[in-house]
Structures are given as C-alpha cells and as structure tokens.
Design a protein around this ligand. Structure first.
Ligand code: ADP
Ligand code: GLC
Length: 484
C-alpha cells in the first residue's frame, strides 16, 4: 500500500499544548494512523511550550517578515509526533493560553495569528517542504479554516482538503478589513465565499472550500445541518451535505489505561474492580467528601461553559443530596459557574467537593474513583470524558446529544439496539430530566449486579482509535483515488 501523506493543521496538540478535546484528537490520531499506512505530520504554532518541548528542531525556512515580523518554519518531534512548528515570535511567543491573554480575553490579533498558520499550511501543500509534499491537507477547527481557502484562491494544482469541525460554537469571526492584510482576494468577500454577517468567518471559509467536511460524531453531523445546531452555518452545511460525514473520536488507550495509569492511587484491570473503592477513598479525601463507600460518588471533569450544561447540574443538587449521593467536580472556565460551584461546596461540606482549575492528573483519579461520570451537555460534538469513563469503569450519565448519544447505550435501550447498556441518557436537556436519571442511577447503584453489568459492558466497549483511525484513512485514500 503506498503511504498517504497528510498534513494536519491544529492549534493545540496533546501532550504539548491542550485546552480541550481538540488537542487530544490532534495528538492521538497521527499515531493511530501509522498502522493504516498514513504518514501524518502536524503543523502547529510555536507557542512557548512548543518551543520548549519540541526536540530535534531543524530550521527549514526563514522569513524576514512573516505577517509583520521575522518567522521560521521548523521540523521536529515530540513523543511519536512529527511536527512542523511555525515559529513567529511576534504572534505566538506570549503567556496565556493559545487563544486568550492571562486575563481570559481573546488576543486582539487572533485573525492574523491563525491566518499565518493556514498560510504556511497551504504553502506546504504547494510543496514548500520537498521532503514532505502532502496528498491531503487536514484542517481542524476555525484556527485552520483558512488553509482550504488559501489553497482554493491560490489557483494552482493543490492537494485534497478535509475540514473537521470539533465545535460549531467557535467560528473565528473577524472584521472584513482583515481580508487585505492576510493576503486573501477582496472578491472573496461575498456571501457565497467568506462573508459572514458583515464580517468573515474562518470556519465558514473552511466549510466552503474543503473537498470533504467531517465532524466528530454521526449525530452531530446531522444536528449541525439544522438552523439551531448549525449556529448560523446550517444552510451551508445542508448545501454541502453530500461531502459531510461524522467519524467518532477515540481516546488514547495507552494514556487512559487503569492497569498502568501512573496518576491514580491504585491500579486495576477490567476483571477486578475492587481497587476502584480504594481510589474512591482517596478521591473523597482530596475533595473533602465524607468517606463512605455506600454513597454513590458522581464525578465531573469539564470546561465550565454554557455548552456543558453544568448550570443544570447545579439545579439538580437538591436531588443529589436527597438521594444520598456525593459530587466531585473538577473544572474551570466561566467565572459565574466557578463561583456557584464553590458556594455549593461551602454550603454542603462532605457532600459536594469542587476543585476549580485544570488538572490532568486529578482527572485520571476522578475517572478511577468516581462511581458515575456526569456529562449534561446542551450540545456535544463528540465528548471524550465519557469514553475515558467507560474505560475506567465509571458509569456515564449523559444528555442525549451529539457524540454522547452515539457512544453511550442507555439502560432502557439495551434490548432494542442489540447493544449492551453502558450508562444513562436523558432528554430533553433540562434539570428535571437530569435529576430523573440521577435517581435512576442511584437505584441501579444499589443493585450491585446491575451496576457491575453496566461497568462490565463499558469496559468491554472499544473506545480506542483503532477503528476510527481506519475511517480517516479510508477517507484520505478515497480523496487521493478520486484525483488519480
Ligand atoms: P471539550 O473539548 O469540549 O472541552 P472533550 O470531552 O472532548 O470536551 O475533551 C475535554 C478534554 O479535556 C478531556 O481530555 C478532559 O479530560 C479534559 N479536561 C477538561 N476539563 C479539565 C480539567 N478541568 N482538568 C483536567 N482535564 C480536563
Ligand atoms: C470539541 C468538542 C468535543 C469534542 C472535542 C474533540 O472541543 O466540544 O465534544 O470531543 O472537540 O473532537
């Protein structure tokens, strides 16, 4: 099989820089693709953490003036990943996270920062690096959305392009004046090309010009074709439905492996879950919860944003207390939600525990020690924490949307679908429906054989990238074959 060469373009890549699931996907997919005959290299910006961690960096191109300052393209490696790093200090050598200042405000020049990334992606597509001329350029989310657009407007022979939507809510909207300064033609500013509600949108650009569009679950692929789910781009996605499909995410089962996890207190395998109780006891200590094996411990690991529906969980706290359950939440984001959760913890010592922050290590312990993991999202393109929960024997309680619908089998659904139940799903996404499924979960928790069955079915579910990477490989091969 001739290898297919793919240039992935992503603004965050685990384990180098991560703010959410996009990084997990961008970091795991290239490795999973190796066994499918796909040679993937990933282009990312040279943020300070990248410049610190990437080894063997070789300079392959320099520019005295790249979008307003000196720039270099480097090739390097990190933990099995082959990387291209765009080192442009005036754009990326900053504190804060990839998108916002330390105060949480979007960098005012984000348009230029991510246009620069896409510009070099297109140039690599045209052969800038002779040692790696890609057959396919695969752009992730709005930060890479201009790559298919530049390739289109360059009007030269070009590689095939794929645009993957990880989240419709982030569309990369900027003022129209940006067009001139990032080297796009002014004639692109019309509603059938880049124009979007009077400005431009990088995501729209990618969706308009990519040969294929994917998103991270089949249900989300349908949801985003509605006006509500499409968040302004539903019409465009309906028009391009024939090239749109959903491919579920996997998780890196080497990073998420309770048998070898260095971050949990007691390791365990799928056949013997007795050590979960010991992890639960440590978790209760760390979250200042009463030590009790009898109280079902509900875990949450999440960004705190409207998408994640965690305001609904606050409303369901009376049910949690009444049912004798405990809650351990690890999250950060929205200030108001942070404060409301902290207040809930103060008001209910021993019962509600909250850690505000981003803590990769604690996330592992939460998976290993929680009895159930709650994901009450209003929309969820795929969701990864429920997949980790399946692998750790924590039973997912999720809303019936997007990838949550596709990856969890509800306890009431098992027979109908022929699949075994792995958790609890609720709809509509309201506090009442969530409270209803918490009550159901509590009843099942106290029926030990029923609960074991849910855990066992979860542990037997394939959440790895194996099959899903194969779906991407087939997509790339199809595109290459269509051009031959
Ligand atoms: P999203 O990308 O929308 O945030 P996902 O479920 O796809 O949601 O991915 C979230 C990823 O980030 C998971 O790997 C999860 O474990 C991790 N994560 C989210 N919040 C935290 C946190 N506060 N601390 C540690 N890890 C977190
Ligand atoms: C996004 C989505 C999440 C998805 C992740 C990786 O951040 O919110 O549902 O799992 O991207 O695709």
């Amino acid at each position: 099989m001739t290898p297919v060469r793919v240039l992935a373009v992503a603004s965050e890549v685990y384990p180098i820089v991560k703010t959410g699931g996009l990084a997990d996907v961008a970091g795991a997919l290239p490795i999973a693709l190796k066994t499918h005959g796909v040679e993937m290299r990933t282009l990312m910006p040279g943020y300070p953490d990248v410049m610190r961690l990437v080894s063997g960096a070789a300079e392959i191109r320099t520019w005295p003036d790249y979008f307003g300052g000196p720039g270099r393209l480097l090739a390097g490696f990190h933990e099995g990943l082959d990387l291209f790093v765009l080192d442009v200090p005036h754009l990326y050598a900053r504190p804060g996270n990839p998108y916002v200042t330390t105060e949480g405000v979007d960098w005012p020049d984000n348009g230029v920062r991510f246009a620069a990334l896409s510009r070099v992606a297109a140039d690599i597509g045209h052969g800038l690096v002779p040692a790696f001329v890609p057959d396919v350029v695969h752009a992730h989310d709005w930060q890479a959305g201009l790559a298919p657009a530049y390739l289109h407007y360059d009007n030269r022979p070009r590689p095939a392009t794929v645009m993957t939507i990880h989240n419709m809510a982030y569309q990369g909207k900027f003022a129209p004046e940006l067009i001139g300064s990032i080297g796009l033609p002014w004639h692109s500013f019309n509603v059938n090309e880049l124009e979007y509600f009077g400005g431009i949108s990088f995501l729209k650009a990618g969706l308009q010009f990519a040969d294929r569009i994917t998103t991270v679950s089949p249900t989300y692929a349908r949801e985003i074709q509605s006006d509500e789910g499409g968040m302004g781009l539903g019409g465009l996605l309906r028009a391009r439905a024939s090239v749109l499909s959903g491919i579920l995410n996997g998780i890196d089962i080497a990073v998420w492996n309770p048998e070898e996890d260095p971050h949990i207190a007691y390791r365990y395998g799928a056949e013997d879950l007795t050590f979960r109780a010991a992890n639960k006891a440590v978790l209760q200590q760390q979250f200042n919860l009463d030590s009790s094996d009898e109280a079902p411990l509900l875990g949450v690991i999440s960004r705190l944003s409207w998408q994640k529906g965690l305001d609904l969980l606050l409303e369901a706290i009376p049910t949690i207390l009444r049912e004798g359950m405990q809650l351990a939440l690890l999250g950060s984001g929205d200030r108001d939600l942070q404060e409301r959760y902290q207040a809930a913890a103060r008001a209910n010592p021993g019962r509600i525990g909250v850690v505000i922050g981003y803590d990769e290590i604690l996330a592992h312990l939460l998976q290993a020690g929680s009895d159930a993991l709650i994901v009450p999202s209003r929309f969820e393109p795929c969701g990864l924490t429920q997949l980790c929960a399946l692998r750790y024997g924590a039973v997912p309680i999720v809303s019936r949307v997007g990838g949550l619908e596709d990856t969890i089998v509800d306890i009431g659904e098992a027979d109908a679908s022929g699949r075994d139940a792995t958790g609890f799903k609720f709809a509509p996404v309201t506090a009442e429906a969530l409270a209803g499924s918490l009550r159901k979960a509590n009843a099942a928790f106290h029926d030990k054989p029923a609960w074991r069955r849910l855990q066992r079915n979860g542990l037997a579910t394939d959440v790895s990238w194996r099959k899903r990477a194969g779906d991407y490989a087939a997509l790339y091969r199809g595109l290459v074959a269509a051009r031959a």
